[in-house]
Design a protein around this ligand. Sequence first.
Ligand code: PRT
Ligand code: ZN
Length: 297
Amino acid sequence: MSPDRNRLHIAIQKSGRLSDQSKQLLRDAGLKLSEAGKNHLTARAENFPLDLMFVRDDDIPTFVADGVCELGIVGQNVLEEYALGLNAPRFEQVARLGFGRCSLKIAAPESLNFFSPSMLNGQRIATSYPRMLARFLEQRGIEADIVTMRGAVELAPRLGIARFICDLVSTGATLEANGLAVVDDVFDSEAVLVRTLKPIDAAHAEKAHALLTRIEGVTATAESKYIVLNAPESALAAITEILPGAEAPTVVPLIGRPGHVAVQAVCQESVFWETLERLKAAGASAILVMPIEKMMV
Ligand code: PRT
Ligand code: ZN
């Protein structure tokens, strides 16, 4: 597999929790992806000079650090663990993508009814993230034995390998099924777009920048909503205060309704039913909340 140097390359997870959303993000950014067969290692964007490389998530930091791929989509957990093993940075995080959210946490048997970090002193802790765990322990002045496991970390306490574990958690169901409970937080993670720090030529850099702008446009709209409502002018200040994450709403007069205006705003945060109820209580009526498909600022 020798990469075509006239095209940009992005490393994404071949099959796993991040695969579908990584591809969907690229499609949402307007790329038409050629259908890759199940065992294909690459796919091509037909309307943009970009090739996709499908690899294991653990290999993505190396691909990007070495410049084999100028870009990559990977979990911050994998990236941070890799970065802690480097002497100097070899890639930079350019966008948080809002999916693949999980947290690296310390868990203990549910029977433990009190916890303080000092209780980890002298204990064995099983993890697939030894560097991040070592940093966590060092920052707290704790000395413990780190037992590195490639997978099935949640079985360690039952097998007598370690009393504590440090593992990724999303719903918490795996911990619960194994009689474990979270006792401390180590690191919060989501999927991110990374770019190599190896020099890339100007034409490539320009394409990468264009793609990044599109991806930012997609992620910025993920939680954003467009709100339109009517309100008495006297309630404007109160209503603007309630609109979540809205900057400088547009206010237009309503023909035939003196003293009343229509307010339009892009809200950068989630809009909940409670927010609508508060807007109504403040005097708003005919409130519309609409999704935003694309945004370029
Ligand atoms: O084959 P490859 O090496 O590419 O895949 P992988 O098996 O190493 O990774 P994969 O597909 O499981 O996860 C890819 C990325 O998804 C991770 O690096 C995280 O960034 C992110 N992610 C989000 C998660 C989870 N949520 C998650 N819950 N990765 C793993 N888990 C595991 C966790 O290790 C534990 O075993 O799910 C279990 C806990 O889940 P809950 O929901 O029961 O709490
Ligand atoms: Zn992996």
